[in-house]
Design a protein around this ligand. Structure first.
Ligand SMILES: Cc1cc2nc3c(=O)[nH]c(=O)nc-3n(C[C@H](O)[C@H](O)[C@H](O)COP(=O)(O)OP(=O)(O)OC[C@H]3O[C@@H](n4cnc5c(N)ncnc54)[C@H](O)[C@@H]3O)c2cc1C
Length: 481
């Protein structure tokens, strides 16, 4: 008999959280901490969503999305998770750029960037200060018509090298382009510039296990291998979810699944106002990624000054569309030294990441898909050779992931790495006005994505749910699927 992953669940909960990405986990934790009964349902056999890892023979543990996040994570993790989690966050000191326009190493914070821009790039100090202040003062309620490209043109006209320095890491970090609203750039860039780039020491496995422990202590009922098929309404309000052949009643749902699949698959277009549904149809998905995971022989190592995060490119000019092209000219290498997991085995790993279009990978026959992945691996070796000499001979394990891989494991439409584009945020926030008790907390909009963005969004939405439930009747409504 197949295992019943819902064995002994209650008939009803105050809140059902669908999906265990960082947004879903954080919302579940806050809600349970507030005394609500919470059921967390994850379709995969592991928690974490994109914040995940995998093990391979030889003692290798690869992180998928642990490349860097802003310092704000320390505060968010301390407040909404635990001191233990916050205390494991450490800074990356070696952020490198290497492209035909410039090669440099930076700590990626305001002081160092000011120094670089005024000396290496020859920009007037007052101009640099003005740019940083403008970016820092941007907020969600600002005018959204100014694009990032226009913002750069205002401050650094004709300076493609400066634009490359300022934009390349942010495009890598969230897929944003020069055509996106400037405020989405300003907020994310300023978050990083406050103190630099940080990671979680101990690896994603340690982080997610610590979060799981915290949630269990707070009473979250956690279930894996539970693929939610439907969210049911009664009288226009949330009533229950259908999962693994069971119907579980609830007063509120927080969906951490992709915004589009939440609206169109889990709830159903017919339950929304026509104009809202039209607006949701217009929401664009963010791009996806390819990654190549490489492990050095356990006895081998690379010098620390190779860097932690290396933005390398062979393209003469910086163009955001080139960063997404199948003919890859730009890669970001993350170097994981043995102190990434101080308590684990001494291993040196390298992950190459590139933004990618789903359309370039979907619909291939198996043989063609495997050949494309092999080609991705070979061209990655070619690019890495400059920084890790003889890498082909020294790497003892290599494999690639594509947009199809990300789609498969997280069910994100088109394997989107960062959910939806900016316009998704307004739609996500408006869900509860359409259906009382229905919420979404997951990557959408450039600001509410990435590790920090999704954790913070989980908190915002959890507070909305707490307010909603405190003003509505206490017991779950009757179910009419
Ligand atoms: C290759 C890559 C590299 C990245 N690097 C970084 C980085 O260095 N720094 C950074 O800050 N961010 C990075 N990110 C982005 C970051 O990982 C994500 O923005 C963040 O983890 C997404 O969290 P989320 O809450 O939106 O949920 P997701 O991680 O998208 O998870 C959604 C969850 O919902 C589950 N689910 C979906 N449908 C259902 C259903 N019907 N029933 C049950 N469960 C369901 C999925 O299985 C999944 O677990 C990276 C992303 C990728 C892909």
């Amino acid at each position: 008999m197949p295992k019943d992953f819902l064995k002994d669940t209650a008939a009803a909960y105050d809140v059902v959280v669908i999906g265990s990405g960082l947004g879903g986990l954080t919302a579940a934790n806050i809600l349970a901490r507030d005394g609500l009964s919470v059921l967390l349902l994850e379709q995969h056999y592991k928690l974490g969503g994109m914040a995940t890892w995998f093990k391979r023979p030889g003692g290798h543990i690869f992180d998928i999305s642990l490349h860097g996040f802003p310092h704000g994570m320390v505060k968010s993790c301390r407040r909404y998770w635990s001191r233990e989690i916050a205390d494991s966050i450490v800074q990356l000191h070696g952020v490198r750029f290497d492209n035909p326009m410039f090669s440099l190493t930076t700590t990626f914070n305001r002081d160092d960037f000011t120094q670089l821009l005024t000396t290496d790039f020859g920009i007037e100090l007052a101009k640099v200060e003005q740019f940083f202040n403008t970016a820092r003062d941007m907020n969600f309620y600002d005018d959204q018509s100014l694009t990032t490209g226009e913002l750069f043109e205002q401050f650094f006209p004709g300076r493609e090298d400066v634009v490359r320095l300022l934009m390349e890491p942010i495009t890598y970090a969230n897929g944003s382009t020069l055509e996106d609203p400037a405020l989405t750039y300003g907020i994310v860039f300023s978050n990083f510039m406050s103190k630099g780039v940080f990671v979680f020491q101990g690896g994603t496995d340690k982080l997610i296990k610590s979060m799981e422990k915290e949630m269990r202590n707070n009473g979250v009922d956690i279930r894996i291998n539970c693929d939610v098929q439907k969210i049911n309404l009664s009288g226009g309000k949330i009533a229950s979810v259908q999962v693994n052949g069971k119907t579980i009643r609830t007063r509120a749902v927080v969906s951490n699944a992709n915004l589009r699949s939440t609206i169109f698959n889990l709830v159903g277009k017919q339950h929304f106002d026509k104009s809202f549904a039209e607006q949701a149809e217009e929401v664009r998905l963010n791009n996806s990624s390819t990654q190549v995971y490489m492990a050095l022989d356990p006895d081998d190592s690379i010098p620390r000054d190779t860097g932690d995060l290396l933005f390398c490119s062979t393209a003469d000019r910086f163009q955001t569309d080139l960063l997404l092209s199948r003919d890859i000219t730009s890669r970001t290498f993350s170097f994981y030294y043995p102190d990434t997991r101080p308590e684990g085995k001494e291993r040196t790993l390298i992950v190459s990441s590139t933004n990618a279009h789903y359309r370039d990978w979907v619909g291939m026959e198996k043989a063609e898909y495997e050949a494309s992945k092999q080609d991705l691996i070979e061209t990655t070796f070619d690019a890495l050779e400059k920084y890790v000499p003889n890498c082909r001979e020294r790497i003892t394990h290599v494999e690639a992931a594509t947009p199809i891989t990300f789609e498969h494991y997280t069910k994100h439409v088109n394997g989107a790495s960062f959910g939806t584009k900016f316009e998704g945020l307004g739609v996500s926030r408006a869900l509860p006005q359409q259906i009382p008790g229905m919420y979404h907390a997951g990557s959408c909009g450039i600001i509410m994505s990435g590790w920090l963005g999704t954790i913070n969004y989980g908190v915002i939405v959890a507070n909305d749910v707490i307010n909603h439930l405190s003003t509505t009747a206490g017991s779950p409504t009757a179910v009419t699927p």
